[in-house]
Design a protein around this ligand. Sequence first.
Ligand SMILES: Nc1ncnc2c1ncn2[C@@H]1O[C@H](COP(=O)(O)OP(=O)(O)O)[C@@H](O)[C@H]1O
Ligand SMILES: [Mg+2]
Length: 579
Amino acid sequence: MSIFKFEDHQALGRVRSVDTATVIVQVGDVERLRKLQVNRLAVLQSSRPGQHLVGIIQKITRSAIEEQESAEEGLVENAKMTEVNLVRITLIGTMVDKRGAASNVFLRTLETVPEIDANCFAVEGETLTNFMRVVANIAADGQRLSLGHYTLDDKAEAFLNGNKFFQRHAIIVGSTGSGKSWTTARILEKTADLPNGNAIVFDIHGEYGPLEGPGIRHFRIAGPSDLDKKSGLKDGVVHLPYWLLSYEAMVSMFVDRSDQNAPNQSMVISRAVVAAKQAYLLKGKHDSLLKNFTIDSPVPFELDAVISELKELNTKTETGSSGREKQGDFHGKLSRLIQRLENKRTDRRLGFLFQCPPETMDFSWLEQFTSALMSGSIDQPDKKGGIKIIDFSEVPSDILPLIVSLVAKIAFSIQQWTSTGKRHPIALFCDEAHLYIPERQASGASDVSVEVFERIAKEGRKYGLGLVVISQRPSEVNRTVLSQCNNLVAMRLTNGDDQSVVRRLLPDSLGGFGDLLPILDTGEALVVGDASLLPTRVRIEPPRQTPNSGTVQFWDRWSEDKSIKSISEAVTSWRNQAM
Ligand SMILES: Nc1ncnc2c1ncn2[C@@H]1O[C@H](COP(=O)(O)OP(=O)(O)O)[C@@H](O)[C@H]1O
Ligand SMILES: [Mg+2]
């Protein structure tokens, strides 16, 4: 059954002229013209039966022109003025009632063009919902990711093809306060409603704390105050022992690139860490691993052993060929490295890396941690997925990229090393992505992180790992990662640089949509991509549980006549490095 059932009397008007993909329709009835809006969909009769052409309204004009006849006769003073209402429509595809065995197929090609005088209709209400379902390639009874309603028609439900949304990665962009976090919460909520939805949320500011429900679990990267409490995974507190760091990450953390001894230091670290991992494997009798492990293998090692090795090299003397004592190759060259290592190790803010509970040194710890991360199975014997919200708010900002990418890398590795048939797809929600997936810079402090996310963006699909990149500064987010995101949820965007980045992600033929970016309402989004072939303007339904906005109401608080008592508490916390 065709989803387009139009009768002639419903027509808005008739085709006046046709260009390759642009059609001018003349609308006779002024009332009908008033109802039309730019960016709304229109359908045109095709010359082929069983087909309709679909277009987007680009421009509506109403002008008075002199009637031709009188002008030709030169009777200018008697010329009559008539109103002409014209609508310019850009054709974007063809709706075919039947194609082989399939009915209602939308093609992004124009197999025909409309004829002069062909009827033009508006797409509204149920027809719009049905049409969007066809466009999103979702069977009438298929699972869909419901976002809200179309701005232009609040009766028509707006949804996406959830497979395509996560398969081909997505970005959610918009200026601060445009509604990104609420949109994210809405998508998370819909994911959590599925019996086996699976996602990890990098919650940088602890915004998603209020989201609760059967499919949702909360974790927090251990802060200074957790160190004394001996809290662990079961309390939702995550430690990420240093031995999980890749070699690149260790170097970027411990070695000062500007130090003239940096290359020596990197090399020494590499040797010492390999030796310490080997010692761990020998001690635990993991013989099979001894042959195959590399510096990046997830094998625990004793940091103490590494530091003593470095100290020894730093002071070592040896007997030269002349028989005299001389300084070793690394004598004195590692002092600053050792100093940095010692500082990091005692820094309470980095306690989640260097002051972990003893069980994190167990060989089996990685399995427990990754089970919690990937299947949430710590408190869930059924080993189903779920939404894992990880609060990174206590991670110092200078190492945030290293730590977020560490978790992302673990998820990637687990997916990569799971056999194809057993893999359960998982999505990574990267809130405030510009902070840890930045455009590459000369200084390179985030190189390690960018590399991890570029790899996920490029290869994640193969392994059932989807990215959802969320940012208020798309122009500062890594371009390679952005270019791999085939779904766009763009909310109000006021900055010019950010707008131009987003415009480039819109399909060429629909350039006009970019003009909407600065004028979208809060909670309103422009949605386009694999999961929704046609760009649409959607009013996102607020989530049942809303994220913490974290917005301080300056004026309201200043209006309260209260004394400020919190300073001494702050000083104490600051000194103790614990809230
Ligand atoms: N879908 C929506 N419907 C109605 N109001 C919304 C919606 N999304 C956001 N808002 C309003 O806008 C505010 C900011 O939204 P938020 O998602 O925190 O913005 P962002 O994450 O982009 O900074 C919210 O506190 C809420 O009042
Ligand atoms: Mg936000």
